[in-house]
Design a protein around this ligand. Sequence first.
Ligand code: NAD
Ligand code: IPM
Ligand code: MN
Length: 362
Amino acid sequence: MATFRILLTPGDGIGPEVLEESLKVLGRIEKRFKHEFQYEEETIGGAAIDKYGVALRPETVAKAKASAAVLFGAVGGPKWDDPKATVRPEDAILGMRKQLGLFANLRPVRINPEMIGESTLKPEVLEGVDMVVIRELTGGLYFGTPKRRWESASGRQAVDTLRYSEKEIERVCHVAFGLARQRRKKVTSVDKANVLRTGQLWREVATEIGKQYPDVELEHILVDACAMYLVRKPASFDVIVTENMFGDILTDEAAMLAGSMGMMPSASLGRRKKDGTGIGLYEPIHGSAPDITGQKKANPLAMILSAAMMLRLSLGLEAEAAAIEVAVDAVIKDGYRTPDIAGKGAKVVDTARMGTLVAERL
Ligand code: NAD
Ligand code: IPM
Ligand code: MN
């Protein structure tokens, strides 16, 4: 019997609500496949600000480093949103990514055929959509310095810094090309090379790395055009690789292809071991959804699918991961929907029922 240590960080808003459902599903995986998951739980985000005065404690990071993976709910909310606040719930996720060295964020966008008719986009546009966006996660505008606000004679000012080194671009491009090799062998590198120096460096380095993967087609597109193509011909993408901020924005847009933020899982990865596994942080791309917190409306599928990615990419449990994905598809096929994805004739269920339905399938 294999045992794995997993750190749980439920966070704020719907974070704890959806995380609980992924645990239900993992409980079935333990039984069916005879594994043992040893959980530890840590308070992070706004809840940690209330309890400890900071969003992420060093103890929490140490526990994460001693685990095989982190299952992360969501952080943030109106209570901690004051623009003048010096501690912010979001420090928890940014600190985890940086301190665990998780530089590559995989955000798969797969469209379930059963849900095509319920999207805000036309069915013929969605036909065949199956892409992974790889977002650089520990560089760029999020982390560059200087980063500060100050008062000057002419009024308030602020600066953020967009800086990339070639090493940072190289390693995330290798992840993209490596993944494309296992898929349809196409990488789209997204930048703003017509204006930004970082964009020019990005394009140059992506081209150089691409030469090491002659079997993979490489295309470059500008980020503004990419935003347009994502809703115009999304099926043309296989693997997209882009810098931190562009990846953040483009993946919320891409979530609408899948029907809802509640359908989009993610994996944040750093350096890998020889067998391809390694520590990772797994979270839905959505936030704490304050508008629906406590109403039992949250869709837990993004969190459940993130747990599946954890099994595959950090624990090396491919069959178990695939079993969860099959179970999710089956529940969708049977017509069960949380309110965010419910079209005409759907069997509308709440958060807990959706989690139970997936677990029962296992
Ligand atoms: P959000 O993703 O929380 O919500 C956007 C919209 O999508 C809302 O209408 C919400 O109800 C809906 N939605 C999101 N997840 C859903 C789910 N699972 N099921 C059904 N509907 C869902 O984004 P926001 O409102 O811009 O941000 C709220 C807070 O979350 C902010 O404080 C933000 O900083 C934080 N945030 C955290 C993370 C994270 O922890 N990784 C990610 C994004 C945003
Ligand atoms: C995401 C979120 C985070 C980000 C926030 C909460 C810091 O929007 O994971 O997409 O911007 O990276
Ligand atoms: Mn985001």
